[in-house]
Design a binder for this molecule. Structure first.
Ligand SMILES: Nc1nc2c(ncn2[C@@H]2O[C@H](COP(=O)(O)OP(=O)(O)O)[C@@H](O)[C@H]2O)c(=O)[nH]1
Ligand SMILES: [Mg+2]
Length: 690
C-alpha cells in the first residue's frame, strides 16, 4: 500500500541563496527519472521555483516537495529558500525531516545562511550531509571549500568523495569508501560509469581515504582498535559505521558535483539512501508527554508544516505523518480547532504530476487539499489530544509598509487575501496603524513585502500600492509629574462627575506600564477605579508629542472624589484621560525609535563603502569578520535610516550584498530629528482634519 517507514528518507535541501539547491533538486528529479528533461533556473523551467514571482526574481520563495523512488526507497525531497526573508519555509521543512543536505557553493564557500541554518539543524538534532556544488565554475575549489567547512562546522566534516578535474575540466568523482572512480557519460548526462582512478590522483585519493577512515573508526571503539592495529575493515563495516555516525551527528559526509550538468547526483542519491536515517532509525519524536513512533499499528498523529493558499485550488496542506497512517476518504480530528476534518484525496508531487495515493504511512510526507480549518502548525490525529509542536524561533517582522488598494472598495478583499497569505507565512504581521487607520503589512525585509504584493496580484487578483514604511516610534517620559483630571457636566437631568489625581513616573525601558491604586477611604469607589485605568491607558495609546504609543510609565492614582448620583464609569474614564494627558505634558516626554541590528554579508572590496554608508545612517559598527569569501559586518542602526536600504545596498555592492535586520531595543531620538518627527505628525493630523 504505502512504503514501510524504514524505507523512507525525508530530506531538506538547505543552504545559502544561490548555492544551487533548486538546480540540484531539479537534477535529482531528472536522475531519478521523475522528469525527462533537466530544467534550468535561468530559463525558469525548473520543477521547484514554478511560481511566476520565483521565476521573475530567480530565487526560491516557498519550499517545494517532490517524492520519488531510488533504490527501492521513497525519498521525500524538500527544496527550500536560502534567502533570509523566507527562512520560515526552510525552518519548517527542516523540522519535519530526519536529515538535511547542505548545498555549498565551491566558489563562495561557507556563507551566512549556511552557518545559520547549520546551527538550526544542530538544534533540531538532524543528520547532515554536504554537497559541494558548482565545481565547474571558475575559481571553484573543492579542497579549499572542504577546509572552510571543517573550520566552520568541526572536524567531523569529512569527504566521502573527491572530484576528478576542476573548473571547466571537472570530469567525475573518486569514491573514497570503495576507492573507485566514476565519470559522467556526457551523451545523456545521466548516471556515472566506472573508470580507473587517474594515476595523478592516486596519492591524493589515498590521503583523503585515510582521513575518512580516521573519522569512520571513531564511531566505535572496537573498530578503532582494529583499525589502529592495521586490521582489514570490511566495506560493510565502513558503510555501517558511516551511517551510524551520520545518524548521530558524529560524521558529516561531504560529496560533490555540478547540479546544472547533473554531475555527481546519482552518487548523492545513493548516499541519501545509504547514509541518511529513515524515520524509524532516527527514533521517536517527543512532543510533551507523547512519544510518537513511526509505527503502523499506532494511532494517527500527523503534523501540518506548510499551508499554501490559492484562489482556485483552495488551501493545500503539506503534512508529515509521525505515527499511524492517514487514509484518503477518512475523518480525523484537528486538535487545535477540536473539529473534525474530512480527508478527501491525498496528493503527492512528482515533477509536474500530482498523483493521488490511498494512504500515507508512518514517517511519510505528503499533501491534502480542501481542509476546512486546518493550517500550518496544526496536528491531525485520531482523537482530540492536546498536542503542540514547540514554536519555531522565527525572526520578527521589522519592515512595515502601508498598503492601499488601487481600486476603492477593494479594502475587504485586500484584507481577506492578506490573511490567507499570512496563513502560509507566519513571518507576516498585519495590523492597523493607530493614528492613520492604514492597513499595515510588516515582513522581514523590503523584498519580503514586495513578494507579498506580487502574490496578492497573482493569486488573488488584487492590486495594491505600497506607501513608504513608517517607523513605529514610541513615547516615554523622563521625569515624574502629578495632574488632576475632572470631568463634570450638568445638563438637565442626571449629570456626569468623575475626578481623579494621578502621579506618573518613568519605568526602566521595557517595563511597559504599571497602574497602582493608592486610593484611601473610598474617595473614589473601587468600582470606578478600573474606569480611571481604562482612561489612562487610552491616553497612552496616543502620546502628547507626536501621537505614538506611550511606554514605560508607572501611574499612581492617589486621590479623587465622587458624587453619589452623577458619578459613572464613563465620567471616571474621561477624568482619567484628562489627567493622563496633562501629566504626560509635564513629565518631559521624549520620542523613542527602534534600533536594529543589521548583519551584512558583502564581498571584501565593498566593506569600506558599506561602512561609510552605514556611518551616514547614524550606524554604529559592532564588528566584522570574514565568513567564507564574504565579510560579515554587524552594526546597530536606527530603523528610520534603514527603511529602503535594499536598493542602496544593491547599488553599492553591485547586487552582491545581503543583509538582515533584527530588532534590538528602543532609544531616544536625538533632539533635532525628534523635532522633525513631531512636526511631521502634527502636519499629518492637520491634513487628516482638513
Ligand atoms: N555553473 C554552475 N551554475 C550553477 C550550478 N548550480 C546552480 N547554478 C546556477 O546558479 C544560480 C543559482 O542556482 P539555484 O539553483 O537557483 O540556487 P538556490 O538559490 O540555492 O536554489 C542559477 O543561475 C543556476 O543556474 C552549478 O553546479 N554550476
Ligand atoms: Mg532555490
Amino acid at each position: 500500500m504505502h512504503p514501510a517507514a524504514d524505507r523512507i528518507r525525508n530530506v531538506a535541501l538547505v543552504g545559502h541563496r544561490g548555492a544551487g539547491k533548486t538546480s540540484l533538486h531539479e537534477a535529482l528529479l531528472f536522475e531519478a527519472g521523475v522528469t525527462s528533461r533537466l530544467g534550468s533556473v535561468t530559463d525558469g523551467t525548473t520543477v521547484s521555483d514554478s511560481d511566476a514571482d520565483e521565476q521573475a526574481r530567480q530565487m526560491s520563495i516557498s519550499a517545494t516537495l517532490n517524492s520519488f523512488e531510488w533504490q527501492e526507497r521513497k525519498i521525500n525531497l524538500l527544496d527550500t529558500p536560502g534567502e533570509p526573508s523566507f527562512v520560515a519555509d526552510a525552518l519548517g521543512a527542516l523540522r519535519v525531516c530526519e536529515s538535511a543536505v547542505f548545498v555549498v557553493n565551491a566558489v563562495m564557500g561557507v556563507e551566512v545562511s549556511t552557518s545559520r541554518l547549520w546551527a538550526r539543524a544542530a538544534e533540531l538534532d538532524i543528520a547532515r550531509m554536504l554537497f559541494v556544488n558548482m565545481l565547474d565554475r571558475e575559481r571553484a575549489d573543492f579542497f579549499r571549500t572542504l577546509e572552510q567547512l571543517k573550520k566552520a562546522f568541526g572536524s567531523h566534516v569529512v569527504a566521502t568523495e573527491i572530484p576528478i578535474g576542476a573548473e571547466h575540466e571537472i570530469e567525475g568523482v573518486i569514491d573514497l569508501v570503495d576507492m573507485k572512480a566514476f565519470h559522467q557519460d556526457s551523451a545523456d548526462r545521466k548516471g556515472f560509469a566506472e573508470m580507473p582512478i587517474p594515476e595523478a590522483q592516486a596519492d591524493l585519493a589515498q590521503e583523503y581515504r585515510e582521513k575518512l577512515m580516521d573519522e569512520v573508526c571513531e564511531v566505535s571503539d572496537a573498530l578503532m582498535e582494529r583499525y589502529l592495529e592495521g586490521e582489514e575493515i570490511s566495506h560493510e563495516e565502513v558503510v555501517g559505521a558511516l551511517k551510524e555516525g551520520t545518524n548521530h551527528g558524529e560524521i558529516f559526509p561531504v560529496v560533490c558535483g555540478v547540479a546544472t550538468s547533473n554531475l555527481g547526483t546519482s552518487r548523492l542519491l545513493d548516499a541519501i539512501v545509504e547514509d541518511l536515517p529513515s524515520p524509524v532509525k532516527h527514533g521517536a519524536l517527543k512532543v510533551g508527554e507523547l512519544e510518537l513512533q513511526a509505527a503502523e499499528d499506532r494511532e494517527l498523529f500527523a503534523f501540518v508544516f506548510k499551508t499554501r493558499a490559492d484562489q482556485f485550488a483552495g488551501r493545500i496542506n503539506l503534512l508529515r505523518v509521525y505515527q499511524g497512517a492517514l487514509r484518503a476518504d477518512s475523518q480525523v480530528l484537528n486538535t487545535r480547532a477540536h473539529a473534525k476534518e474530512r480527508i478527501g484525496q491525498l496528493i503527492t508531487f512528482a515533477g509536474k504530476e500530482t498523483p493521488h495515493v490511498q494512504e500515507f504511512g508512518p514517517g511519510d510526507i505528503g499533501a491534502v487539499a480542501k481542509l476546512k480549518e486546518t493550517r500550518a502548525g496544526d496536528w491531525l490525529a485520531a482523537r482530540d489530544e492536546p498536542i503542540e509542536m514547540p514554536r519555531l524561533k522565527l525572526p520578527a517582522p521589522v519592515m512595515a509598509f502601508a498598503v492601499e488598494p488601487k481600486s476603492r472598495g477593494d479594502e475587504d478583499k485586500v484584507f481577506a487575501s492578506l490573511r490567507r497569505l499570512q496563513e502560509e507565512d507566519p513571518t507576516i504581521d498585519l495590523h492597523r496603524d493607530q493614528q492613520t487607520g492604514e492597513q499595515i503589512v510588516a515582513g522581514l525585509s523590503q523584498v519580503h513585502v514586495e513578494v507579498i504584493v506580487d502574490r496578492l496580484r497573482e493569486r488573488f487578483g488584487v492590486e495594491v500600492t505600497l506607501k513608504p514604511p513608517r517607523v513605529p516610534y514610541q513615547e516615554t517620559i523622563r521625569r515624574s509629574a502629578t495632574a488632576h483630571g475632572r470631568h463634570k457636566k450638568q445638563s438637565g437631568g442626571r449629570g456626569q462627575f468623575g475626578d481623579c489625581h494621578i502621579e506618573i513616573e518613568p519605568l526602566t525601558t521595557g517595563e511597559g506600564f504599571e497602574f497602582v491604586d493608592k486610593i484611601k477611604g473610598g474617595v473614589i469607589p473601587s468600582s470606578f477605579i478600573p474606569a480611571v485605568e481604562k482612561g489612562v491607558r487610552e491616553a497612552m495609546d496616543s502620546g502628547v508629542l507626536a501621537g505614538y504609543p506611550v511606554k514605560d510609565v508607572r501611574v499612581r492614582l492617589f486621590d479623587g472624589s465622587h458624587h453619589s448620583v452623577d458619578s459613572s464609569e464613563i465620567a471616571f474614564k474621561m477624568a482619567g484621560i484628562q489627567a493622563m494627558k496633562q501629566a504626560l505634558e509635564q513629565a518631559d516626554p521624549v520620542l523613542l525609535e527602534p534600533i536594529m541590528l543589521v548583519t551584512l554579508s558583502v564581498p571584501e572590496e565593498f566593506v569600506g563603502d558599506v561602512i561609510g554608508d552605514l556611518n551616514s545612517r547614524r550606524g554604529r559598527p559592532q564588528g566584522m569578520e570574514p565568513v567564507g569569501a564574504m565579510t560579515e559586518i554587524k552594526a546597530e542602526v536606527p530603523m528610520a535610516e534603514m527603511l529602503t536600504y535594499a536598493p542602496d545596498l544593491r547599488s553599492i555592492t553591485g547586487g552582491q550584498g545581503d543583509y538582515t535586520l533584527e530588532f534590538l531595543r528602543y532609544e531616544e531620538v536625538p533632539g533635532h530629528l525628534s523635532q522633525k518627527v513631531v512636526e511631521q505628525a502634527s502636519d499629518e493630523r492637520a491634513a487628516a482634519h482638513a
